[in-house]
Ligand binder design. Structure first.
Ligand code: ARG
Length: 463
């Protein structure tokens, strides 16, 4: 057996069980691009600092470029018994370029190498997710603009409360996604510091320049403290938390879409491209997509709690427990990307059944608060008295089998004479919605203002 490249003191071949437990190559192979990118920057710095010769640098550089092509074309398959992606690529490089390959690991440890590769992966995918959020916000804003006058019952406790418009409802989600976007971008800025050059935990006696590698890799600057840097997985926890919060928003929307697609509501119809059938009931169209989005929120939360738990008891610096950091992040990132892509398509293609939404506004006396507000403003009543009078009006409407907006002036005045003529028009649901003109309110003009504000924000982000 050939000697393992990173095992100077271990003479026996590892037990198969140790390899099964220990090897991360089966999952960390997705980091091949980041590993090669990091090694190229490191080799360049070693050469710039005269730690390796120009000749060795060029061999390493061309060797690594070839390995990248080999992996991408399937010539070099990452399924050997190397411990991890770092050893697999270093081993391949040494096979190709000999001693120069063995010089690459000068002034570097796998501890700063993995911290770098994983951070590059997280930073790259943070941008991918953030851009998908922008695409979703764009879609939500456009559907919202179309439906800024489409009324539906706004709810609290899942009970009809006050009339709002569907655009306004969608903009609530667009606002959540805007916060999500800002959260991803602030994590990006906070974590954009280069770990490479920290070596095992304490730095290195070689005359390296961490500034050179940091610049070459697009980081803001090198990290401050090497002991922290090789022990830190906050950047991974941040993307997990950011994904969990975003998926919680997607899950709440999914729950609403599932309800709205039910026969009892029929407020929206998901496109046939996003509905599935039943294997036994030929008539069925099921909202599997929002159900899966809601369900996948569970697994991303699991990944967050999983890594928090791995990290909580670890002494500084690197411990092998930390190899458990990756699979959950890869899974959450994959889930987030797919979920955002599907969500965008589903919202763009769903049919909004405006007639059903508006009909639903006739259930539940949605404009009752307007009567109470009228009695306060016009008759000078204390709000609590106005509230009780309105309650009696609602009771009357119930007795008559009508909605409060359908009562005549005579009906209204039979409860309280102070109710004047203008009230009938006020109790109309659309009038009620458009009366909510306060900042951030649901009135159509206010909704359209919110549309404009988000459009302005979107163009400032994309520009
Ligand atoms: N495969 C390891 C990981 O993912 C790389 C770092 C190994 N470092 C070490 N000192 N054993 O964490």
């Amino acid at each position: 057996m050939s000697k393992k490249i990173a095992s100077a003191r271990i003479s026996e071949k590892s037990s198969q069980l140790l390899q099964d437990l220990n090897n991360s190559l089966p999952f960390d192979k997705v980091l091949y691009g980041e590993d090669i990118q990091g090694s190229r920057a490191h080799a360049y710095m070693l050469y710039e600092q005269s730690i390796i010769s120009k000749e060795d640098f060029e061999k390493i550089e061309f060797g690594l470029i070839e390995i990248l092509e080999e992996v991408e074309s399937g010539v070099f398959v990452l399924d050997g018994d190397d411990e991890d992606i770092h050893m697999a690529i270093e081993g391949r490089l040494t096979q190709k370029v000999g001693d120069a390959g063995k010089r690459l690991h000068t002034a570097r440890s796998r501890n700063d190498q993995v911290a770098l590769d994983f951070r590059l992966y997280v930073q790259k995918n943070t941008k991918v997710i953030a851009n998908l959020l922008l695409e979703n916000i764009t879609t939500f804003v456009s559907v919202a603009e179309t439906h800024a006058n489409t009324m539906l019952p706004g709810m609290t406790h899942l009970q009809h409360a006050q009339p709002i418009n569907f655009g306004y409802h969608l903009l609530a989600y667009a606002s959540m996604f805007k916060r999500d976007y800002e959260r991803f971008m602030s994590s990006y800025a906070r974590n954009n510091y280069s770990p490479i050059g920290c070596a095992a935990l304490a730095g290195t006696p070689h005359p390296i320049s961490r500034q050179i590698t940091s610049d070459k890799l697009g980081f803001t600057a090198p990290t401050l403290n090497c002991l922290d840097t090789v022990s830190d997985r906050d950047f991974a926890l941040e993307i997990l938390f950011n994904i969990s919060t975003m998926m919680m928003h997607i899950s709440r929307l999914s729950e609403e879409l599932i309800l709205w697609s039910a026969s009892e509501f029929k407020w929206v119809t998901l496109s046939d491209r996003h509905a599935t059938g039943s294997s036994i009931m030929p008539q069925k169209k099921n909202p599997d997509i929002p159900e899966l989005l809601r369900g996948k929120t569970g697994r991303v939360n699991g990944n967050l709690v999983g890594l928090l738990t791995v990290m909580k008891g670890l002494p500084l610096a690197y411990n092998k427990d930390m190899q458990e950091d990756k699979e959950g992040v890869f899974d959450s990132v994959r889930t987030a990307i797919l979920s955002l892509q599907v969500l965008n398509e589903m919202i763009a293609e769903m049919t909004v059944n405006a007639d059903k939404m508006e009909l639903a506004c006739m259930i539940g006396h949605l404009s009752a608060t307007d009567l109470a507000d009228y009695l306060v403003k016009e008759a000078g009543l204390p709000f609590r008295d106005a509230y009780h009078i309105t309650g009696n009006v609602v009771n009357l409407a119930e007795e008559k089998g009508l909605d409060i907006s359908e009562l005549s002036l005579t009906d209204l005045q039979s409860i309280d004479e102070r109710i004047g003529e203008g009230v009938v028009a006020l109790l109309d649901n659309r009038a009620s919605m458009n009366a909510r003109l306060s900042e951030g309110g649901t009135a159509t003009v206010r909704t359209l203002e919110q549309v404009e504000s988000l459009k302005g924000w979107l163009s400032s982000q994309k520009g």
